[in-house]
Write a protein that binds this ligand. Structure first.
Ligand SMILES: [Fe+2]
Length: 508
């Protein structure tokens, strides 16, 4: 943007000795709200409201001047923004890409609110959000979505149209909100072919994704809980990639409605959360990338190439006692949350799959290296804590770009104790290519715990939780290659409280 077009009147006012009526409105040549609005991290008494000012979102600095810009926000009880109950001003600073995070507390639980931002003469669109039910409330019903993995180059984010129509209380985004690369599939192109490296690169990648109208619409209507996964940021921290990870974390924060980012340039960002929804359910939302032991083990033999190196022989290194996917602090936190839970449903939300899956290849047994199968000792510790906890356990995950429903009571090799059910959501748009899917499909017969699998469809899981039943619907998108596409229920699964496994409308 031409700097001369931008007159930051409020700053000028501050430098002038006499100014009877300071003008607090910057002048923009067009709306700076090109990336939409969002809400997230809801609690019973509040949420985070987000926007980012960017006149030219794909340009360096978002086409904004390298100066703080005043932004006003309003919170109302009605969609017309007539009954405003909170209003204040803040400053969008260039050090955080002119993003705005407003953390609001002290609101009523379990009710809808509307919000919008204003900067200069422009208003943002009006967003809608909702607080969670009070932790002590006798909540009767919660409806939410789990999904993940939106690769811009593989298709449109049309799944969000159907998520909006389902009217969930919130969306749990299990990670891979952006992708570093296209993996060779070029349905459409990223802002650059190479992976992002610098803060500016990551900002541009996020801006490209945030420009998608399906995603903007979802953010403007439904609060998100979000987690970083391996395509959002590098997973194993080394001396060589510390700056890149810090850039990825910062850009992720700048574009997400989340709280808790410690400071610009931070290389650590505590995102694991315990979400309580009345006494109906608690969800322990896990970070399985940031604090884990090194991923790159057992890197020899067949496993070094199968599934792009994701399926590896289960060598001795996996079974080291101290090997951890959550890290010690998060493991202790989770064990404590599980043991102290008094909720009817006791849920783990993990970016990657939790229950074992054995891949057969040339008489060898392999496992997926990107999730809990590569951290069996840490998994045992968590299963022990689940066995000692109250409430019906359930696991929700993603990362596999395919739909799965698993019932651990059908796996005789598992020393699980309490039978566990897991629903793995498919992706918003990221594909599930043959080198990854074929080793899975040929191994399904020897994995009796997998009661349902679909590798063809993209989509999400819709969860409708009641006191005595949990209904999980695998919602598939007909085609992510079309901006408008229908959805349909691939299968429905009903879990009855106190009974192992689930009933289903379809099986593999
Ligand atoms: Fe993914």
């Amino acid at each position: 943007m031409n700097r001369r077009n931008f007159i930051l009147s409020s700053l000028l006012a501050a430098t002038l000795p006499i100014q009877a009526t300071p003008i607090h409105r910057p002048k923009f040549p067009k709306s700076p709200f090109t990336l939409g609005v969002a809400s997230g991290d809801p609690t019973p008494e509040g949420f985070v409201l987000w926007t980012r000012l960017a006149l030219e979102p794909l340009e360096k600095g978002g086409g904004m001047p390298p100066e703080p810009v005043p932004v006003t926000w309003e919170l109302a009880l009605d969609s017309g923004m007539k009954d405003v109950i909170r209003k204040n001003s803040t400053s969008a600073i260039p050090g955080l890409a002119h993003s705005v995070h407003v953390d609001i507390a002290g609101l009523k639980s379990d009710r809808e609110y509307w919000y919008r931002f204003r900067s200069g003469d422009y208003f943002s669109r009006t967003g809608k959000t909702k607080t969670l039910p009070a932790e002590t409330s006798d909540s009767k019903k919660i409806r939410f979505v789990t999904t993940s993995c939106q690769n811009y180059t593989h298709g449109y984010f049309v799944a969000y149209d159907h998520i909006i129509a389902d009217q969930p209380d919130f969306i749990m985004h299990l990670g891979d909100y952006i992708y570093d690369t296209s993996f060779g599939e070029d349905f459409r192109k990223h802002d650059r072919d190479e992976s992002p490296e610098s803060l500016e690169h990551f900002r541009q990648r996020h801006a490209l994704y945030k420009r998608e109208i399906h995603l903007q619409n979802a953010h403007a209507r439904i609060p998100f809980f979000s987690m970083i996964d391996n395509h959002d940021a590098v997973e194993d921290l080394t001396e060589g990639n510390m700056a890149k990870r810090a850039a990825a974390y910062q850009a992720w924060y700048e574009h997400m409605p989340v709280r808790g980012y410690p400071f610009a340039g931070a290389n650590q960002f505590d995102l694991h959360r315990n979400i309580k929804l009345g006494n109906l359910l608690q969800i322990n939302f896990l970070d399985t990338r940031q604090f884990r032991s090194k991923r790159d083990v057992c890197n020899t033999g067949i496993g070094s190439s199968l599934g792009f190196g994701n399926y590896r022989e289960r060598c001795q290194d996996l079974f080291e006692e101290n090997r951890t996917i959550l890290g010690k602090d998060q493991t202790d936190w989770l064990v404590n949350k599980l043991r102290s839970s008094q909720s009817i449903w006791n849920v783990l939300a993990s970016p990657g799959p939790f229950l074992p899956f054995r891949i057969r290849n040339k008489n060898k047994e392999l496992g997926y290296i990107g999730a809990w199968d590569a951290y069996p000792e840490n998994r045992k510790e968590i299963i022990r804590a689940i066995n000692q906890s109250e409430g019906h356990p359930l696991i929700l995950s993603g990362d596999m770009h395919s739909f799965w429903a698993l019932d651990s009571s059908f796996d005789k090799s598992l020393d699980v104790g309490t039978p566990l059910t897991e629903f793995v959501s498919s992706s918003i748009s990221a594909n599930w290519p043959e080198p990854l899917s074929k080793p899975v499909t040929v191994s399904l017969k020897s994995n009796n715990q997998v009661k349902f699998y679909n590798g063809e469809k993209r989509g999400y899981f819709l969860h409708e939780v009641h006191k005595d039943t949990w209904q999980a619907t695998a919602k598939a998108i007909v085609s992510t290659k079309k901006r408008n596409s229908e959805s349909f229920a691939l299968a429905k699964f009903i879990v009855s409280r106190g009974e192992s496994g689930f009933r289903t409308t379809k099986e593999i």
